[in-house]
Write a protein that binds this ligand. Structure first.
Ligand SMILES: Nc1ncnc2c1ncn2[C@@H]1O[C@H](COP(=O)(O)OP(=O)(O)OP(=O)(O)O)[C@@H](O)[C@H]1O
Ligand SMILES: [Mg+2]
Length: 366
């Protein structure tokens, strides 16, 4: 509980349109992730929903009822800020119990909830510490516990895992999701980490310069990005520019720079149209020979980087274009300087119209 709906919501700060006619829906019990680069309006969006910032236009509804005129404390939502704002003179446990106590809950009850939430964020033993005695990541977990303990049904989490180390981040994100489901809450979780959004969100909203660029399930946004921006932001992607050379019933042929040809399953573009083809790096393989039905482009390995359980292999194609391939370590890594074939399936190619401002401009927007 509850569902949240925004209809044409905008917020301007002087000349900056921080949130630009945003419409979106988060269902009751859903865990939604808002993903976008810095300055794209994520915090402003959460504050609008919390009632901490007033919209210039548009409507915000909880369970179908407008909350535009409700002050923050009557919205049954809690905003957990990006920068943990703890009371420095209160202990950790007092900080977490603060909301419930302020609402008049009995002390024993408020402290019991606070203890439970502190256990949950793995700070059960630090309840008597003062905030300045904790590390940044610990303070962030206290802020999270405080939000959870407030009893609000709608959690508005602003980069809640931002200050944590990689391992705790991964562990806590699963716990966070589990908790929201167990307690029947609705959560809107802001992050600029696409992997975090993909792994915990039931739904993902991609923001760009205050506008919703794309919204849908993680699977949908990953498989069917609707723009170069989305494809670039959600998952590592290779982009190649080309022109449609032939259009068949089930496959089209593109001509990349210097007449390099690739086949794609998307036949919605006409011969002569300038396009950008996007292929996920995980879907781009290297091999010494070609593989049946796949595109196989000649190239030379420029760099190999080890990234945990996979390797990223950068290859310069014959025509000078650069692509990256993410390979599982088990596959054995190619060597720098080696000649390889870069292989990818026609059905893994997503096409976009060539952007007016040029491809590199579009890629820089992330
Ligand atoms: N109180 C304010 N006064 C003036 N401008 C503001 C204010 N709050 C936000 N902005 C501007 O609105 C835009 C969106 O800011 P916002 O904080 O919502 O972005 P964000 O997506 O949360 O970024 P980050 O990932 O860096 O936290 C930015 O250009 C920012 O400078
Ligand atoms: Mg922010």
């Amino acid at each position: 509980m509850p569902s949240v709906r925004l209809v044409g919501v905008s917020k301007r700060f002087g000349r900056i349109l921080a949130v630009n006619r945003v419409s979106l829906e988060v269902q009751d019990g859903q865990y939604a992730c808002v993903l976008g680069p810095t300055g794209s309006g994520k915090t402003t969006l959460l504050k609008l929903i919390a009632g901490l910032v007033q919209a210039d236009e548009g409507e915000i509804l909880f369970d179908g009822n407008s909350v535009n005129d409700l002050p923050p404390e009557r919205r049954s939502a809690v905003y957990v800020p990006q920068r943990y704002a703890l009371f420095p003179h209160l202990t950790v446990k007092e900080n977490v119990a603060f909301g419930a106590l302020a609402k008049g809950a009995p002390r024993a009850e408020a402290e019991a909830v606070a203890s439970r939430m502190l256990e949950l964020v793995r700070l059960g033993k630090r309840g008597d510490a003062l905030p300045h005695e904790l590390s940044g990541g610990m303070q962030q977990r206290v802020a999270l516990a405080r939000g959870l303990a407030s009893g609000a049904k709608l959690l508005l989490l602003d980069e809640p895992l931002g200050a944590l180390d990689a391992r705790l981040r991964i562990e806590l994100r699963q716990q966070l999701r589990k908790l929201v489901k167990e307690l029947n809450l609705t959560a809107i979780h802001v992050t600029h980490d696409q992997e975090e959004a993909m792994t915990i969100g039931d739904a993902i909203v991609v923001l760009r310069e205050g506008r919703v660029e794309q919204a849908g399930t993680p699977f949908h946004v990953y498989q069917r990005p609707e723009s170069i921006f989305s494809a670039n932001f959600v998952g590592d992607t290779n982009f190649l520019e080309g022109v449609v050379a032939e259009r068949g019933a089930r496959e089209s042929t593109l001509e990349l720079r210097r007449s390099l040809r690739v086949k794609v399953s998307d036949v919605s573009y006409l011969p002569g149209e300038r396009v950008v083809v996007a292929v996920r790096q995980q879907r781009t393989h290297v091999s010494s020979g070609g593989e049946g039905g796949m595109n196989a482009l000649d190239g030379r390995v420029r760099a190999v980087r080890f990234l945990g359980n996979f390797v990223k292999c950068e290859v310069r194609l014959e025509n000078g274009d650069e692509v990256s391939c993410k390979l599982m370590l088990a596959a054995g890594a190619p060597k720098v300087g080696e000649s390889v074939k870069v292989c990818f399936r026609p059905e893994d190619c997503v096409l976009f119209p060539y952007p007016h401002a040029g491809l590199s401009r579009e890629l820089e927007a992330v």
